[in-house]
Structure formats: C-alpha cells, structure tokens
Write a protein that binds this ligand. Sequence first.
Ligand SMILES: Nc1ncnc2c1ncn2[C@@H]1O[C@H](COP(=O)(O)OP(=O)(O)O)[C@@H](O)[C@H]1O
Ligand SMILES: Cc1cn([C@H]2C[C@H](O)[C@@H](COP(=O)(O)O)O2)c(=O)[nH]c1=O
Length: 224
Amino acid sequence: MAELVFFSGTMDCGKSTLALQMDHNHRARGRAGLIFTRLDRAGTAVLSSRLGLATDAVEVDEGLDLWDVVVTALTGGRRVDFVICDEAQFYAPAQIEQLARVVDELDIDVFAFGITADFRTQLFPGSQRLIELADRVQVLQVEALCWCGRRATHNARIVDGAMVVEGEQVVVGDTEGGAPGLVEYEVLCRRHYMRRMNSKAAHAAALSADVLPLELDACALPQL
Ligand SMILES: Nc1ncnc2c1ncn2[C@@H]1O[C@H](COP(=O)(O)OP(=O)(O)O)[C@@H](O)[C@H]1O
Ligand SMILES: Cc1cn([C@H]2C[C@H](O)[C@@H](COP(=O)(O)O)O2)c(=O)[nH]c1=O
C-alpha cells in the first residue's frame, strides 16, 4: 500500500541528498517518478544537495495543484510510481492535502523532505500539515551537530554573526557564507538555541573568559 512519508530534520542534515538517492535507487529499478521542489537555494525548478548533486524538478509555485500535475502526467501516458517533494516546508497546507490524495486515490508513494520548524521554533504550515497527515514521520539518521558537539535540533537565523528571533518566516539561505547584512543559518542544540549562543557568540565568550584571569592577576598584583 502506498504511503505518505515525511523525512524531516534540521537544515544541513542530508534531506536533499536522501531525496536524490531515493530517486536514483527507484529509477535504477525501472520505476518512474515525479520530482517537486520549492525555493531551492540553487534556483528555480532544481533539487540540489550540498554534496554537489542536483536534478531537474517541478517548481511548486503558489497555487499549483499537485494532484492535477500527477493526474495530467498519468493521463498523458507517463508512468508515475513515486513522487518526491523537497523543501516541503514551503508548500501550502492545501498542497500537502493534494499529496495525501495522490497516495490514497492513486496508490502512489509520496516521499516529502523538509525542515519542521523555522528560526523561531514555529512549525512551517506545510510541515505542520505533513505531521498531521503523514503515514510516517522519519527523522534522518545523519545528525547535524551543534558547535558544542551535541545533536543539532534547531535552526537559528544569523545576521551579521548574531542570532535573530524576529523577521519573515521564509528567507532562502545557507548554513554558511552569508554576506554582511544577509541572512545565514546555523544549526544548534536546544540548550544553545535557548541561550541564543551561536558559534560566533560562543567564540567571543570563550575569548573574554581567557582574558579574565589576566585582569584578575593584574588586580591582585599590588596586594602581593
Ligand atoms: N564536503 C563534504 N563531504 C562529505 N559530506 C558532506 C560534505 N559537504 C556536505 N556534506 C554532507 O551533506 C549534508 C548536507 O546535505 P543536504 O542534502 O544539502 O542537506 P539538507 O537538504 O538536509 O539541508 C551534510 O550534513 C553532510 O553530511
Ligand atoms: C530555518 C529557516 C530556514 N529557511 C530556509 C533556508 C533554506 O533556504 C531552507 C532550508 O533548506 P535546507 O535544504 O533544509 O538547508 O529554508 C527559511 O526560509 N526560514 C527559516 O526560518
């Protein structure tokens, strides 16, 4: 029986890589799929991974009916054995419902990939609907790590090196290389997310802690 599966994790934990691998493995066994994505960092109508692989995909524009796309492909004589949906957090709840219908009425597997929560720890509407409707939510095995070495569970938004907790929900960006004034992201464990301590803040705190004993020594000198 076909399933709607939501493969979820933080940014940079290998979701797009897994999406490409699943597509490859199914195609290698003669199965044919449709690939969807929305707002991929590499551009429009492409599914890309940080490992350098990419493939063409259908861009899920606002208002695109995913049920219609699949039915049109089938009625046009195309085989559709599975559907892959990357960056699914950005899909509208109605589009997730269309995917559930594809599973239930056409008996086609749908594999969706995405982050659950935004930089404020709030669920994306698409991810919320997936959690509500999916047959299975599968957390990726490869763990992204916080700078402290713990498993990263949260996506922090960084502007000019500092963590921010206010702003637009959707700002496409990467986990490194944000130019001055632009948004970048860093994955953190909950403890460091709650303390607003990204790697740069931790580095600065460590430096001032190193300096502190010297200052204390200097204060102590006159008493010697
Ligand atoms: N140079 C590299 N060598 C090995 N693995 C890498 C390298 N760069 C990135 N990766 C792997 O790729 C993962 C990110 O893959 P990607 O599919 O782009 O993530 P996601 O879609 O979840 O944001 C990283 O967690 C890491 O495991
Ligand atoms: C946390 C957060 C992320 N985004 C964007 C940033 C990226 O473009 C994608 C996630 O892509 P990945 O393949 O999982 O790395 O989402 C956003 O718009 N808002 C956020 O709060």
